[in-house]
Design a protein around this ligand. Sequence first.
Ligand code: SF4
Length: 341
Amino acid sequence: MENTQNILSVENLKKYFPLPKSGLFSREKRFLRANDGINVTIRRGETFALVGESGCGKSTLGRAILQLDAPTEGRVRYYEKSGKETELTACTDREMRALRQRLQIIFQDPYSSLNPRMTVGRIIGEGVWTHGIYPRKSKALNDYVLEVMDACGLQPHFINRFPHEFSGGQRQRICIARALALRPEFVVCDECVSALDVSVQAQILNLLADLKEQRLLTYLFISHDLSVVRHVADRIAVMYLGRIVELGETEEIFRRPAHPYTVALLSAIPSIEEEKREKIVLRGQLPSAISPPSGCPFHTRCFMAQEICSTKPVTLQETETGHFSACHFAEMVKNGARKNG
Ligand code: SF4
């Protein structure tokens, strides 16, 4: 089927990690449910953000989408500009290696994701010749690496230097250059500014925004920080305990959140000028993803929980066009209800 507006679709994706048995004689198989039935479609050209506390499964989802870790169940489809559809979850390793040129990832830690023994030129150029874009050791490759470095704000004389000679922000620019040198269409940015100082974060976010516009990229932007996401994302999916609990346009989510968990996350942002939100401190810790709470998995921490919430399962429902929430009381939440009863 032709699909030119979307670049990826994820259907009922599950990623369970098997755990050791609980006792010597136990027969019970246990799993950590890092992703538990994710359905989402990413539009070509948008920045789609995944947000949630650490441990909610957002990085696992990014990796499962790119098949860096095979999902336990579910399908991921990739749509080329022509509309040609490829089911990534059915690809062989060889097929995935070829597709990886178009589907890239930038990791959180620019310190550990660069080989300390390689020069900047080699780090950026290696994927380029591996994928046959330019021949190895050619002048064309060297010129191309310099061109990508320039686009990423790296000076030409950095080409023969090593990663340890650079600051965190410059290292992240090298990581971005490495990913973009392959001319990808889709890039997963996995907490790619979290390890950087606030002023450097802004520079990297601006660079990503410029490159997106110049190169017509689509980003899956993974972050625990809603205040960062607000400035970059077109749409946001909020994750809790391996599931998406709210999804919608960025402005709509900030203006009228439809899930109590989102309300709590928003209340923790210090500078929301247009509206002073009452800070909501969630009770307790994030429950274990090994045996999530019954009914609505958020009920153990929810400030709006009612009796029904611990028994009746929730599903993601559209509350208005394009805005989804997995809460029995989504309308009340949107209308500003904050307290139990
Ligand atoms: Fe809270 Fe109940 Fe809504 Fe879950 S369903 S988020 S527990 S109000």
